[in-house]
Ligand binder design. Structure first.
Ligand SMILES: [Fe+2]
Ligand SMILES: [Fe+2]
Length: 293
């Protein structure tokens, strides 16, 4: 079988203003430029579909979902999402995504599922929209605990999807599975570690499914990579922050190859980084790597 390509972007926070978590300056007011440019890049690179890592929107309102649909329509390929905390702020956000989060190429959550599989040639991508709150499913209450959580049904479904795949699997979840290392920031302490129970859930899933080889995560707006032994996890910078980064993932029977492209210069947008957080774009070995299969 020949190779195939998909794109990964994350943390577009559509509907946002200058406030909120960010590592580099946001391209406010440039949504159309960013999505038209990404659509062109997708066409130039023969990309089959897009996985969005979540925080598609800033608040998960209907207005923002409608805007997201208009932007993603410009990509001209199917878009799938692992919803993020910012997508699930209202009690009815999940229902809105299930009912109306889509383009003419299909729904972001196929059949409204919070766990589903996408065919990527010789690899399967398993996508999960996990929970954020101990009491509420699929809702993030901004001022309360943000510990990400996978419930038993979801864990069972992930295990089943990976078993049925019976070939290498890439997972996508919004919450990180690795911190930003101290080495990357040249400091003493790692930053934003994963919640311990959430990491434990994934370690259990990985132990049952040795075909899990890569996990794609968002949330920290930083490009990182971490080796867990049987699989690699990586996080990716926010597409609406400088320098507009997108991952290009190529699958073949022999390897999963991950590259990181910055579209800022091509799109005519400023690319100068905040020097004190220039590490957020990641060192070269986090930006590009190959997993041999
Ligand atoms: Fe985010
Ligand atoms: Fe997030």
């Amino acid at each position: 079988m020949s190779s195939m390509r998909f794109a990964y972007i994350t943390d577009t926070h559509l509907g946002c203003n200058e406030h909120g978590h960010q590592m580099q300056s946001r391209y406010l007011g440039h949504d159309a430029v960013l999505f038209d440019g990404l659509g062109q890049w997708i066409s130039d690179n023969d990309v089959a579909f897009v996985i969005h890592g979540g925080d598609m929107t800033d608040n998960g309102t209907q207005e923002e979902i409608d805007h997201t649909n208009a932007m993603c329509e410009r990509l001209n390929v199917p878009v799938y999402v692992s919803l993020g905390n910012h997508d699930l702020i209202h009690p009815d956000s999940m229902e809105r995504w299930r009912n109306s989060g889509r383009t003419s190429h299909g729904a972001y959550l196929p059949d409204g599922q919070d766990c589903f599989a996408v065919d990527a040639g010789s690899v399967t991508v398993v996508v999960i929209s996990h929970h954020w709150n101990p009491q509420h499913d699929h809702q993030w209450i901004m001022d309360q605990s943000q510990a990400a959580r996978i419930d038993q049904r979801q864990e069972n479904t992930l295990n089943q999807l990976m078993r049925e795949a019976n070939r290498p699997v890439i997972a996508a979840s919004h919450m990180v599975l690795n911190p930003i290392s101290a080495q990357q920031r040249n400091t003493e302490e790692p930053l934003y570690p994963p919640p311990s129970e959430y990491l434990t859930s994934w370690q259990r899933i990985a132990a049952s499914n040795p075909n899990l080889r890569l996990a794609l995560c968002g949330h920290n707006h930083t490009t990182t990579r971490h080796d867990h032994g049987s699989f690699i996890s990586c996080t990716t910078g926010s597409y609406i922050e400088r320098p507009a980064q997108v991952r290009l993932i190529t699958t073949s029977p022999e390897a999963i190859t991950v590259e990181t492209h910055s579209l800022a210069d091509t799109l005519g947008l400023p690319s100068e980084l905040k020097p004190e957080q220039a590490w957020s774009v990641g060192p070269q070995d986090c930006r590009a790597f190959t997993i041999k299969l």
